[in-house]
Design a protein. Structure first.
Lengths: 401, 498
């Protein structure tokens, strides 16, 4: 086992060219903070990008930031925060969820895994903010795509192809993201004690208003007790986040209160408690500290709670909802992922997909961690992989067997 | 046609035209096959009218099954296909080829589902961009991307081009507002990418399809996200003595953490042409005019208007008017929206360009354009999506004067080279098409372009779908797939390894 830690894009290229010539597969790593997601990769060599760091361009007024792929996300977020800006897609930190440290992860990993957070509803995911990439393909060729301006349709959008590709198409060396001003303030409105079904209706009502709700989550009992160190109590909490300029936030919260006055008891969560709560939801804190198999399910928001209710008839699960109910975190109480059952239920209730975010190595090796949507799509994905990495040397088997 | 080289027509296909037309009539019965030259004239160009070419035959299918059959038929017989939506492309993306079936999607014109709880609309690709908003506006919703052709352009075409519009700095491009598509590959396979849920289960093929200019597949259904209309919108009309001051004002607004719903800039010639045409009340003594629109709840809009006004004054604005009514807001926009026809009044023809630059380079690029204008002896007026740096220079020329179109095109190419030189790109929202195809090497090297073309090989290995667009040189997939192995031992003793 050799670990290569190149510090320049040229050395990344040389390493991949060597691997191509020797047909020596590489595991591609940043900090390895999400290494426990996906099918285990078994290669003789590792390409560790954590030394390929450095922010190379930051122009707040142009809303762009470029960095080498191995730059720590924390370094980028600190620099942006110092200028009142942010990555609006709120990349999650799954370190503790996967049994690792918090605040690890590189900007390249953010793109390769297409991270997002509760603001996904309004602001999108990494895929929606990536502007340009430099990368080395599995052919051992350095290429670029996209640019450094916020509006660009020149050629195919290969930066988006890198999103959620888990290092299987190319090794990212430089990335350019669109950055945005951070909201001046935020307030969260909580509706208490709702059943999942009523929470879904309340969230749909709120999101269908012009109160510009940026995040909507529902935490049933007992999941709610594991947030904010138990300060939310035992009643289910349906949370609506409103962000922006102070007077606007106050007005829109008032509007939401009026709209939801019959929905249930309302509470306002403001100050530092509001962003702290959304960080915990983002990082899936209610399911940290367990080793039960965990699914991250994406469905149409209105269908999520129906799928969960039907699933509960078949097996014991704990669940909570983000993205207005469209993102469902499912923790499997019996210790088995029950992949076929979960995926059958998703299909039955309108479709979507499920990623096995946490499971033992043996389970991840045996099951499709990522869902293959249809044979025709799987074949197209395999052809795309072959066009970038014909010898299958980049993270072989990480996404598909 | 000025110098544009399209793929050499395939003689065998041309000679089998009657047979192909007859077979198309079997696949698409009724009125859906057009082969008379007089009727095909309507399809010989798109929004880039400088280029015209009659297709082999025009086919207007009505069902996905028909699209799949047509593509499979053509794939098996190596017949080229050019897809077309409403034909509003400004880059020649839907320019027909002599030996290609023109696949027109305009009969796919139905809204299939409006789902308010999930805030999505499922539409056939021939529905117009504005048609989606019209279908949901009685409930107070709208579809955010608003290309200026929105009354005519199709949502399928928007996906193909990743269309933008005035509001995309705040609300995103097509790619950020499309959740799913159904599409047909050249081999006739029908695929679904995404749906009403968010994010892809594997590779982001939806992201790759969006903006692929009809080279990868034919879109047969689109699921888009709709938004609730903001409560109010107000605009400021701000004049500056120089483009530097206007540009700095834009930078300062964004620096202050404000992302306006729309932020447009016009230069002196564009201001004067628009004012002469629509009498919007634009100040004629300024060299840069900025329209800043703020939308949201009244309390937010009022608060931000004050901030923007202060920023404008700090940057030396000579005029700053704030709309006091919806009529006045629309009047501010009237001149900008009529800028193209207004320029059409002062010049027999104009050629609309579409580069994006880092905003801070605006003064340099405007100065460069002025020099080019003198060099070529042609006028230029500029409208500019100021928030995102997307320039639309309008080059003034007279097509009836021999050589002027060529000169206008060379002038345009020089402007785009300038955009790339300052860190920008060839096209912000109009697409590469045939128009900017031969300029691609200004921005990408051969390795970059080869990797792009390899993506095409995964979707359409025989280069049958919309060939001759986007890429300056067609290379066979077998050739692109060949590997050049850098044999030998580790050539880099310095790379740390453990």
């Amino acid at each position: 086992m050799t670990t290569f830690t190149p510090a320049t894009a040229e050395d990344v290229l040389a390493t991949v060219q060597w691997a191509v010539a020797d047909e020596a597969p590489l595991e591609i790593l940043g900090h390895g903070s999400k290494r426990a997601i996906g099918r285990p990769v078994q290669t003789g060599h590792m390409l560790d990008l954590s030394k390929l760091g450095g922010i190379t361009l930051y122009e707040p007024e142009e809303l762009v930031l470029s960095a080498r792929a191995g730059t720590p996300l924390a370094e980028i977020e600190a620099l942006l925060a110092a200028h009142g800006q942010q990555l609006a897609f709120e990349p999650a930190d799954y370190g503790p969820l996967l049994g690792g440290e918090a605040e690890r992860g590189t900007i390249g990993g953010v793109l390769a895994t297409n991270l997002s957070g509760p603001r996904r509803l309004k602001a999108g995911a990494a895929r929606d903010h990536i502007l340009g990439v430099h990368a080395v393909s599995g052919r051992g060729e350095a290429f670029k795509s996209g640019g450094r301006v916020v509006k660009n349709v020149t050629g195919y959008d290969l930066p988006k192809a890198m999103a959620n590709s888990w290092g299987t198409l190319a090794v990212l060396t430089d990335v350019t993201f669109k950055v945005l001003p951070a909201a001046q303030t935020e307030v969260t409105l909580a509706i208490r004690g709702l059943l999942d079904e009523h929470a879904a209706a309340a969230m749909a009502l709120a999101l269908g208003s012009n109160a510009e709700v940026s995040s909507a989550a529902h935490l049933p009992y007992p999941v709610v007790t594991r947030l904010a160190e138990g300060h939310l109590g035992r009643e289910a909490a349906t949370l609506l986040r409103v962000e922006g300029f102070g007077p606007s936030v106050a007005y829109r919260i008032g509007k939401l209160k009026d709209l939801l006055k019959d929905a249930g008891p309302l509470e306002e969560i403001s100050g530092e408690a509001s962003p702290a709560l959304w960080r915990e939801i983002r990082d899936c804190v209610p399911f940290v500290g367990s080793d039960r198999p965990l699914w991250r399910v994406s469905m149409a928001p209105a269908d999520g709670h129906r799928m969960v209710m039907a699933l509960r008839m078949q097996t014991a699960v704990e669940a909570f909802y983000d993205w207005q109910g469209g993102l469902i975190w499912l923790s499997m109480a019996h210790g088995e992922p029950e992949a076929d059952l979960v995926r059958a239920m998703i299909r039955k209730f309108g479709g979507g997909h499920a990623t096995l975010m946490r499971a033992s190595e043996a389970q991840r090796a045996a099951l499709p961690v990522f869902e293959s949507p249809s044979p025709a799509l799987a074949a197209l994905a395999a052809r795309l992989k072959a066009e970038f990495d014909p010898k299958n040397i980049l993270n072989p088997g990480r996404m598909a067997a | 046609m000025s110098g544009l080289v399209l793929p050499k027509p395939d003689a065998a296909t041309l000679s089998r035209r009657a047979e192909i037309v007859a077979d198309m009539r079997i696949i698409v019965p009724g009125e859906g096959v057009v082969d008379a030259v007089s009727e095909m004239r309507a399809f010989e160009s798109d929004g880039l009218t400088a280029y015209r070419q009659l297709p082999l035959v025009v086919v207007l299918p009505e069902t996905v099954a028909q699209v799949a059959k047509i593509l499979k038929y053509c794939n098996e017989r190596t017949i080229r296909v050019v897809p077309r939506g409403s034909g509003t492309s400004l880059s020649g993306g839907a320019l027909p080829l002599e030996d290609a079936v023109l696949l027109v999607m305009s009969r796919f014109n139905r809204i299939l589902e409006i789902d308010y709880p999930n805030r999505v609309v499922v539409a056939q690709p021939g529905v117009t961009n504005l048609g989606i908003t019209t279908a949901v506006e009685q409930e107070g919703f709208y579809y955010a991307p608003d290309p200026s052709s929105q009354i005519a352009c199709s949502i399928g075409g928007n996906v193909a081009e990743n269309s933008g519009g005035v509001h995309c700095l705040k609300y995103g491009l097509t790619a950020n507002n499309v959740l799913g598509i159904e599409m047909v590959l050249m081999n006739g396979e029908i695929l679904r990418l995404g749906g009403k849920h968010l994010d892809a289960e594997g590779y982001d093929l939806l992201g790759v399809m969006t903006g692929s200019e009809g080279l990868l597949g034919v879109v047969t259904e689109v699921t888009v996200r709709i938004l609730k209309k903001p409560e109010t919108a107000r605009a400021l009309l701000i004049g500056f003595p120089s483009s530097e001051q206007g540009g700095q004002c834009v930078a300062d607004i964004i620096g202050a953490g404000i992302v306006p719903g729309g932020m447009e800039m016009m230069d002196g010639p564009a201001i004067r042409a628009a004012e002469d045409f629509v009498h919007a009340g634009y100040p004629l003594d300024c060299e840069a005019l900025l329209i800043v629109e703020l939308d949201g709840p009244a309390v937010e809009v009022d608060h931000l208007i004050g901030e923007v006004e202060a920023i404008a004054l700090q940057n030396g604005s000579t005029t700053c008017r704030i709309s006091q009514s919806e009529d006045e807001r629309l009047a501010f926009w009237a001149g900008r929206k009529a800028a193209f026809p207004a320029v059409g009044r002062i010049s027999p023809d104009y050629y609309c360009m579409d580069g994006t630059i880092p905003r801070k380079e605006l003064p340099k690029v405007l100065a460069g354009m002025k020099a080019l204008s003198e060099k070529y002896g042609l006028g230029v007026a500029n409208v500019f999506h100021a928030g995102d740096g997307n320039l639309h220079p309008l080059i003034l020329y007279d097509a009836n004067k021999p050589g002027e179109l060529d000169k206008a095109e060379q002038f345009g190419a020089d402007i785009l080279r300038l955009c790339v030189r300052v860190g920008g790109v060839l096209t912000g929202e109009h697409g590469v098409g045939v128009e900017k195809r031969d300029l691609m090497p200004e921005m990408f090297n051969e390795t970059d372009l080869d990797q792009q073309m390899r993506v095409k090989c995964a979707f359409d290995p025989n280069h049958l779908l919309n060939p001759g667009k986007v890429f300056p040189q067609l290379r066979r997939c077998a050739e692109l797939g060949r590997m050049h192995i850098h044999a030998g031992k580790l050539p880099f003793p310095d790379i740390p390894r453990f």
